[in-house]
Design a binder for this molecule. Structure first.
Ligand SMILES: C[S@@+](CC[C@H](N)C(=O)[O-])C[C@H]1O[C@@H](n2cnc3c(N)ncnc32)[C@H](O)[C@@H]1O
Ligand SMILES: [Zn+2]
Length: 269
């Protein structure tokens, strides 16, 4: 049973033919490729918010080479060790959907999964992986999910809104937050920037009780130029390369790069 809610009035959404409707008659059509657009105009900052098509395509190509499956494994292992009954799981800022899809594959029929992203292009791409996930165009600041109905929220490298997370999670629910540390992709930063700044991560910490918090580091070997460029192009660093540094792109081939992330599990009570 799904837990979708109307983004306008927050009442439950009910399937009615090819649309979802709430008791106040707000109506949202299901797209041909089966995703649902629940992004309201006031929740958009531009006509086409979120990651762009090129970046999403590079992300898809890169993730499907499975270099980042080490990250996926951390997430899936935690969920499968801590839940046994049927679960409601939301992947916030799911992008082109790779991790969400793999979570569904790994966790099987024991869960209802939602993938939400503000990028329509991202959700369109995601809906090609499988129809067994509720793919939603939406804003993490106004999550179209009923109050206290989720067991798990995952958020990998994306913006989150603490109030909305607290509203959507059950009292005994938890959140898995994956964030980048300073050494993450440091080799790219050293190539691109004159000076690599060390940033505090205070602003991405959430005001919830931390159950577990650990760093994960690994150097991965990218096998060829295509994989290296895909990884670079799926990050904001690519868009920050100054004209006079553009030539470094020509020299890129196989590449050793560091994954340096923090995985934080938060609970609500
Ligand atoms: C760095 S990507 C990460 C995507 C995916 N979690 C992954 O790791 O492959 C960040 C994603 O957050 C999405 N995003 C940005 N702001 C958002 C918002 N307010 N609500 C929902 N998604 C958002 C972007 O469109 C983008 O797909
Ligand atoms: Zn409504």
């Amino acid at each position: 049973m799904h837990k979708l809610a109307c983004p306008k009035c927050h009442q439950p959404l009910v399937l009615d033919g090819h649309s979802y409707k709430c008791q106040n008659n707000h109506c949202f059509d299901i797209a041909k490729s089966q995703y649902i657009n629940l992004l309201l105009n006031p929740d958009k900052s531009t006509n086409n918010p979120g990651d762009n098509k090129e970046s999403l395509q590079c992300r898809k190509n890169f993730l499907n080479q499975r270099y980042y499956d080490v990250i996926l494994n951390e997430v899936v292992t935690y969920i499968s060790r801590h839940n046994c009954r049927h679960m409601q799981i939301l992947d916030l800022g799911c992008g082109e959907g790779y991790y969400t899809y793999r979570m569904k594959q790994e966790l099987g029929d024991n869960c209802t999964i939602y993938g939400l992203d503000i990028s329509k292009d991202g959700i369109q791409m995601a809906s090609k992986y499988t129809k067994d996930i509720y793919w939603i165009v939406g804003n993490s600041k106004n999550i179209p999910i009923q109050d206290h109905s989720l067991d798990v929220i995952t958020a990998l490298f994306t913006v989150v809104n603490a109030k909305e997370i607290q509203r959507c999670l059950k009292e005994d629910g938890y959140m898995i937050h994956v964030t980048a540390n300073n050494k993450h992709l440091i080799e790219f930063k050293e190539l691109i920037y004159d000076e690599v700044k060390v940033k505090s991560d205070e602003h991405i910490r959430l005001p919830f009780e931390t159950v577990k918090n650990y760093d994960f580091q690994k150097t991965i070997h990218l096998k060829n130029r295509e994989d290296t460029l895909n990884l670079l192009k799926m990050t904001p660093h690519y868009y920050h390369i100054k004209k006079e540094r553009r030539h470094v792109l020509d020299t890129l081939g196989e590449f050793d790069v560091t994954i340096d992330i923090r995985i934080t599990i938060y609970k609500m009570s």
